[in-house]
Design a protein around this ligand. Structure first.
Ligand code: NAD
Length: 354
């Protein structure tokens, strides 16, 4: 057996349909008296609902969260938290809103309660990111890890099916890379397999009926597990590629993950056969890369980078950027293989089985 080190860290998790009603007691538990509620402009109504639930414990709503946490928005949100005298933040929404909460906590150490409404998984990680001048700088800091995470599947019933699918495959990507992580461990392997399996079961059910509360619960459960893996072990080629593509070519986050995952798995397959067998088993397929591709394609997700805004002339630049920094990955980074990977993802080809 491979030697390992394991220091699992996790927020307190409150899970279940209707658990939003428990927000007040969770806020009291953390001794927060004046919480700033964070959300995107599109989720303002939900932010207001959360503030109403908190009553006098809500200091105000900041409905300015946007994708990739721009520095200007961070300044505004930090100033709002200060002027409202906030002693805690409730972030209700997807990874962008959680990210804004983390940016506030990074400076002030304010405790965060996260109420995720997508499957991105940021709520389970100490990873923060702020975008300045078009470059997203990320780092790890224990103080940005939310203190409490409240998972209420009822809040996900209205997530549009296409966003549910790509967000769910984004979550699967965390667990898949966790299974071949350089600093993986047997506990996170189990969490990853269960997370992938829960999402692989529930995503097609959500596409068939987006208001299926059992499927929504299974998907959020899977997202929790996959986020836990992301927070506890290092990622590899797939996440680096998506970070590069998203940051440099302004591609949408969850769709980029959905398209790249099968090809990153195909690239790494020869060097990580055991991880691939586990991923395939969890997906319920014979081959990990093909299973990830089929989950996306069969349910109508985009499968080609050219369909989400990448231009053919950007492929060489993307490859160069991906090769610029070496990092742990099961298969060494080789220009020829990466070029083929990006070309296949650009065209949307189904990977050949390993
Ligand atoms: P997002 O938070 O940008 O949300 C996408 C859109 O969906 C937003 O407009 C939002 O208002 C809307 N939305 C969210 N929940 C909804 C709901 N229930 N119903 C209807 N609409 C809803 O996207 P995301 O995919 O959740 O997060 C992506 C971001 O999170 C990226 O910037 C990524 O880098 C970051 N992220 C960070 C970590 C980390 O550990 N730091 C982990 C995962 C993702």
């Amino acid at each position: 057996m491979k030697p390992f080190t394991c220091t699992a860290q996790s927020p307190r998790v409150v899970f279940g349909a209707g658990s939003l009603a428990r927000l007040g007691e969770e806020i009291d538990r953390l001794e927060i008296r004046r919480a700033i509620v964070l959300c995107t402009p599109g989720q303002r109504a939900l932010g207001e609902r959360v503030a109403a639930l908190l009553g006098a414990r809500a200091a105000g709503v900041f409905a300015g969260a946007v994708m990739h946490v721009p520095q200007e928005v961070v300044h505004e949100a930090r100033a709002a938290a200060r002027s409202l005298g906030a002693d805690g933040a409730v972030a209700v929404g997807g990874g962008s809103t959680t990210g804004l909460g983390k940016a506030i906590a990074l400076e002030s150490g304010l405790p965060i309660v996260a109420i995720p409404t997508t499957y991105a998984g940021s709520e389970m990680t100490p990873i923060h990111g702020i975008t300045e001048g078009g470059v997203k700088k990320t780092g790890r800091d224990a103080k940005v890890l939310p203190r409490t995470v409240l998972y209420d599947p009822e809040l996900t019933l209205g997530v549009p099916p296409n966003l549910s699918l790509t967000s769910g495959i984004n979550a699967i990507a965390h667990a898949a890379e966790g299974l071949y992580s350089a600093d993986g461990n047997p506990v996170m392997d189990l969490v990853a397999q269960e997370g992938i399996a829960a999402l692989a079961r529930s995503l097609p059910a959500i596409m068939a009926d987006p208001r299926d509360i059992e499927a929504r619960s299974q998907a959020l459960y899977g997202a929790w597990l996959c986020g836990t893996v992301l927070g506890n072990v290092g990622m590899a080629l797939h996440h680096k590629l998506c970070h590069t593509l998203g940051g440099s070519f302004n591609l949408p986050h969850a769709e980029t993950h959905t398209i790249v995952l099968p090809h990153a798995l195909a690239y790494n397959a020869p060097a990580a056969p055991e991880a691939m067998a586990r991923i395939a088993r969890a997906l319920g397929t014979a081959d990990a890369a093909q299973g990830a591709y089929d989950l996306a394609a069969a349910n109508g997700a985009p499968v080609a980078l050219r369909d989400i805004g990448l231009r053919e002339e950007d492929l060489d630049g993307a490859c160069e950027l991906a090769l610029r920094n070496q990092y742990p990955n099961p298969r060494p980074l080789e220009a020829e293989g990466l070029r083929e990977l990006l070309r296949n993802a650009y065209e949307g080809r189904r990977p050949r089985g390993s």
